[in-house]
Design a protein. Structure first.
Length: 264
């Protein structure tokens, strides 16, 4: 079962090697983590928005998948504005809470950074098949096959865990278990479901490990791959675009005088 749903239409980004997508996400993330300023984050976010037209997601899919990022960014910004490091003129103060020009600029930088780092990662993951990613990591990056295949098997079980959670909830409700109301009842019901899912996951993981071992997935012998993962010119162009976005973000911040190296 692919992580790409059938509603996602084929796109230029979907045909790119997953290793190239991963490299782009890492390049942009590393560049934005070198400094905490709003100019570099805003520049990266603006350039990323231009490229989102080729991601293959329609407007509804895009907003649904990136909703957690859009929710987290304002909360991170608000927390930093209220409790971040004070500098510059005081704009408002009440007790232990003080809002200054520096804390506002820092909050804006944090919020934009969350968006600039989170949105590309979610969009690229939505257009990536887990098997293709495993093929790329093993054949292009040359990671150990045992590690890659184990991670792929675990990732494939995520969807099953969600189905198991719903099945366990329905089964417990049919038996009248955990129907207590109130906050305490919901907490006990959640704890019971979580423990049951943990036990089920351990059992299924043990069976999966035994089955994979029996089929030779744990062998140290060089293995063949059903699908060849090729890192071509299109993938090089995509990585170059990611490098360009990272360089443009840093350059814009340096030219604007807002660049603050975090390790300085």
């Amino acid at each position: 079962m692919s992580m790409m749903t059938p509603e996602i239409r084929p796109s230029a980004i979907a045909r790119v090697n997953p290793v190239a997508k991963l490299a782009v996400a890492l390049l942009i993330s590393c560049a934005l983590m070198l400094s905490i300023d709003w100019v570099s984050a805003a520049t990266a976010l603006l350039l990323e928005a231009v490229l989102l037209a080729w991601c293959g997601l329609n407007a509804r899919q895009f907003w649904l998948r990136t909703a957690p990022v859009w929710i987290a960014a304002p909360f991170g910004m608000l927390t930093t504005v209220l409790y971040g490091q004070d500098s510059g003129a005081v704009l408002w103060g009440a007790g232990l809470v003080t809002i200054t020009e520096g804390s506002v600029a820092l909050g804006l930088a944090i919020g934009l950074r969350v968006l600039a780092i989170g949105i590309p990662g979610i969009v690229l993951l939505a257009t990536t098949d887990p098997t293709d990613l495993a093929d790329g990591l093993a054949q292009v990056v040359r990671l150990p096959a045992r590690f890659v295949l184990g991670a792929l098997a675990g990732l494939r079980l995520v969807g099953m865990f969600i189905d198991d959670w719903h099945s366990l909830a329905l089964a417990r409700r049919a038996r009248g278990v955990g129907d207590g109301g109130g906050l305490r009842g919901r907490a006990r019901r959640f704890a019971g479901l979580a423990f049951a899912l943990l036990v089920l996951s351990v059992r299924r993981g043990s069976k999966l490990a035994t089955a994979m071992e029996a089929r030779g997935f744990g062998s140290d012998e060089p293995r063949s791959w059903a699908r060849e993962s090729v890192f071509g010119r299109r993938d090089v162009v995509v990585v170059a675009l990611g490098l360009t976005i990272a360089a443009a973000a840093i350059s814009a911040a340096v030219l604007a005088g807002t660049w603050r190296f975090v390790l300085a």
